[in-house]
Design a protein around this ligand. Structure first.
Ligand SMILES: O=C(O)CCC(=O)C(=O)O
Ligand SMILES: [Fe+2]
Length: 220
């Protein structure tokens, strides 16, 4: 399962773009020297990274649809990346474990937050392979695509303008995507229908929701 979510306000988008414009970028291969598929640039300056990742992280964590869909327990600091004409990120798998200062997280879900207008660049679509389906995302500024980290994906070459996005990885409380999706569905239906139910039956439904969460979570 994947979700497109509205994450950033116009002011937050403008601030991230301002930070990106004022900060040097480096070759993205610095963090994956052996990954020949990766041809992009990433923000490179600790205070700009902290400022921009704090804005995006806080925006994600205040978005109820994100919490309901992802059951996040760890969220890597979102990193702004840039693609100029000729740049792309060939088909690849994301690393299972991501080392952060002070913690290693498992990537269950990957996320791209779009920062500039799709009209401002050609190409640069994110293609995600889910089973036999090929999904394409080129979203509006402030929107994010959250997709399973175990899927093959790529960023198509940019042929005009600049693609500016932020990327992050999420460790979910519920590692198994089947269980995560079932809990998401159950919680959605309970939220939509629960108050119309006989109160005792609603209580029983809530018992099931809480017990599945209790027994399926791999972290508190
Ligand atoms: O820029 C994107 O949309 C995705 C980038 C990506 O796949 C990655 O950083 O692993
Ligand atoms: Fe990736």
């Amino acid at each position: 399962m994947y979700r497109v979510l509205q994450i950033l306000t116009d002011a937050e988008i403008a601030e991230c773009k301002r930070i990106a414009a004022a900060t040097p970028f480096i070759d993205g291969r610095i963090t994956n020297p052996h990954n020949t598929a990766k041809q992009n640039e990433q923000l490179h300056e600790p205070s700009a990274y902290k400022q921009s990742s704090d804005i995006i992280r806080a925006a994600m964590l205040r978005t109820p649809e994100f919490a309901e869909f992802a059951f996040p327990v760890f969220l890597a600091p979102p990193l702004i990346t840039r693609y100029k004409p000729g740049m792309k990120y060939g088909a690849h798998a994301d690393a299972a474990f991501i080392q952060l200062p002070g913690a290693t997280i498992r990537s269950d879900l990957s996320c791209t937050i779009f920062l500039n207008d799709p009209k401002d660049y050609d190409g640069g679509e994110l293609h995600v392979r889910l089973g036999d389906a090929r999904l394409t995302f080129k979203l509006q500024p402030g929107e994010a695509i959250v997709y399973p980290s175990d899927s093959f994906h790529q960023v198509m070459p940019v042929t005009r303008g600049e693609r500016l996005v932020a990327i992050t990885f999420i460790q979910s409380r519920i590692q198994d995507p089947f269980r995560r999706n079932m809990l998401y569905e159950l919680n959605e239906v309970a939220a939509l229908e629960g108050l119309k139910m006989d109160p005792e039956n609603y209580g029983r439904l809530q018992l099931v929701q809480q017990n599945l969460l209790r027994y399926w979570s791999d972290r508190p």
